[in-house]
Design a binder for this molecule. Structure first.
Ligand code: TXA
Ligand code: MG
Length: 331
């Protein structure tokens, strides 16, 4: 590689962590170590910052992300906590167990962080540098693994630099990750606690604390490699039909516009980005969809979105919304 990595890979010291915390608070991206794998972090409460994660990863889909917090006390501000979560957090946090819980009323977690879902995946990482970074940022950090889409998860700062290159300005170097596989994802919003992704905390250890748990149907038994974990989550779907590629609109439709010259005549209109900026459009996507859906038009008409960059993920999400049966779940 020809890039000067030394300018971007920062050794762990208080001044580097302070700078990284400010970068996050300003809406920037920071790659940081956890005990599982390196994460690509952004302010979990800032739609625009979270959009940059998907842009940097080149992910063709918006998968819901994990919000990283210092511990249970902080988590209670963002999710509806319950006794099972409490038992599990006492045993496993900080550590490689992610809990999926209902979004708290007035939770500041961005809709893009949860891909529009009413649930939030949350964990407290067991890594001093990650903990110090969350404190320095003064907010929860949304972070998927810090690699380009389709590549293996990074367990060294150098892996992050190789995979993401100049797409990430700052990489905190905490040496090799102790665990090296992602966290276990456990859904506590289902009727029975359900394992969505196997990982650093074993099923046996979890069952030792809360008794027997269910395993997601979408999870092949015995699979620990997980080819596409994002497929395990259900998706936010609007309650009204969605029509794509709209260049004209009728008076009973709500228009989800993109770009400077939307057609007129819609019942209501919200523009994802009047400037035609895909990062801005991604940041507005779920909030705008929800708002239009809430107005109960006969249909939501969506203008064409370019199939480039973040447009791929936006169009993937919109196509799912357009083909969904409205039950709010999708296979
Ligand atoms: O160890 C880890 O978990 C690493 C480090 C950086 O913390 N992060 C990580 O993130 O692996 P990611 O984005 O690669 O995986 C997040 C997983 C995905 O399987 C996603 O579907 C699931 O968590 N997930 C996130 N939010 C969810 C939600 N609200 N409901 C169900 N599943 C969710
Ligand atoms: Mg990943």
């Amino acid at each position: 590689m020809t890039v000067d990595l030394a300018t971007r890979i920062l050794k762990a010291d208080p001044s580097a962590i302070g700078a990284a915390g400010r970068c996050l608070a300003d809406g920037g991206l920071v790659a940081f170590p956890t005990e599982t794998v390196y994460g690509l972090g952004a302010d979990a409460t800032n739609e625009r910052a979270v959009a940059k994660i998907f842009e940097a990863k080149g992910r063709p889909k918006f998968n819901p992300l994990i919000s990283h917090v210092t511990g249970a006390e902080e988590a209670k501000r963002y999710v509806r906590w319950n006794p099972l979560a409490d038992m599990l957090a006492r045993k496993f946090w900080p550590g490689p167990l992610t809990l999926v819980l209902p979004r708290a009323k007035d939770s500041p977690i961005a809709l893009l962080t949860t891909a529009g879902l009413d649930t939030v995946a949350i964990r407290a990482p067991a890594h001093d540098m990650a903990q110090a970074l969350i404190k320095a940022a003064g907010r929860p950090i949304a972070a998927p693994s810090a690699n380009r889409s389709g590549a293996v998860s990074p367990t060294l700062a150098a892996h992050v630099a190789e995979s993401l290159g100049s797409r990430v300005k700052m990489i905190l170097d905490g040496g090799p990750c102790m665990i090296g596989v992602e966290s276990t994802v456990l859904d506590l919003t289902a009727e029975r606690p359900t394992l969505l992704r196997p990982g650093g905390a074993t099923r046996e250890a979890i069952e030792g604390v809360i008794g027997s748990i269910a395993v997601s149907d979408a999870l092949p038994s015995g699979d620990t490699a997980r080819k596409s974990p994002g497929q395990l989550a259900s998706h936010y779907a609007p309650g009204v039909p969605v029509r794509l590629g709209a260049t004209t609109v009728s008076s009973d439709e709500a228009l989800l516009a993109f770009g400077p010259s939307p057609p007129s005549g819609a019942r209501t209109i919200l523009n994802l980005s009047p400037a035609g900026d895909l990062t801005e459009a991604a940041a507005n996507l779920f909030a705008h969809l929800r708002e239009l859906d809430g107005q109960k038009p006969s249909r939501i008409a969506v203008m064409p979105i370019p199939e480039t960059g973040l447009g791929l993920a936006i169009n993937d999400r919109l196509r799912r919304a357009a083909t969904d049966d409205g039950s709010g779940r999708q296979g």
